[in-house]
Write a protein that binds this ligand. Sequence first.
Ligand code: SAM
Length: 296
Amino acid sequence: MTTRETIKHTTTPDGLPPLRDVIERYELRAKKSLGQNFLLDLNLTRKIARACGDLRDTTVVEIGPGPGGLTRALLIEGARHVIAVERDERCLPALEEISQRYPGQLDVHAGDALETDWNAIIGSHRPVTIAANLPYGIASLLLAGWLETEPWPPWFNRMVLMFQREVAERIVAEPGSKAYGRLSVLAQWRTEARIVITLPPEAFTPAPKVSSAVVEFIPRQTPSPACTSKSLARVTAAAFGQRRKMLRQSLKQLTPMPELLLREAGLDPQERAERLTVEDFARLALIMDRADKTTT
Ligand code: SAM
């Protein structure tokens, strides 16, 4: 290889070493237990960063920066500030190098995202965008936590998150489809969710078994009908827990007289969960909220 070719291969837009070199230098062998499938192509991570919109006045919360592929892309694309939470301490020296390249723009918190107090780490930086190539083992759990944020509207004004493609399809699924379920209702009641990028397994190192997709979530300011997220979680758990049964049967675990509840919501008791719209579920949850209030 000529010197010119060598330079071409090792030049990066931020002047930091290519991610493959970073991984080699810090011996960041991917750990399956931490869901480590890294994105090493900066063109790809920059595409994800651009899906976060105009980043110039934006603080981004990133979960699981790993060796820093998406972190660097966010900063290259102009993010004002990145607050990253990483559980794997082996990644911290690589992230420190990025901090030094962007003084005052990157804060790294070593810890578990599932136990993070988001309000505490973002401080006065709000609202923020959440961006992440999520560890798949805890992706749905993290999403559920953000969707159940109280009060609403939340502390973030956009989320751009990578999931296994099958999970992404469940999030954006429409009533009547096979993928439509609890996650679709919970996500679509409070946010506008859409798939913005799909990626084949080979985009990652190591390659996972399945494809992936990036979903953008924009929080709705006033989700309607205005039920509590707690009731919506209960109604959808009951309805989709027995998705093949008629609602008059599956909702028995919520109320001794599900037919009354369903009729009050203007729904056919013989209907099945997968045919109800997000609004139908929120109406059922709102009736339950009102009933709870009158009994307390
Ligand atoms: N952002 C990097 C990228 O795109 O190449 C890495 C993404 S990798 C799919 C998931 C990352 O989340 C890993 O760096 C892993 O160590 C980290 N992680 C796993 N569980 C975590 C947790 N509970 N809290 C914070 N980070 C976690």
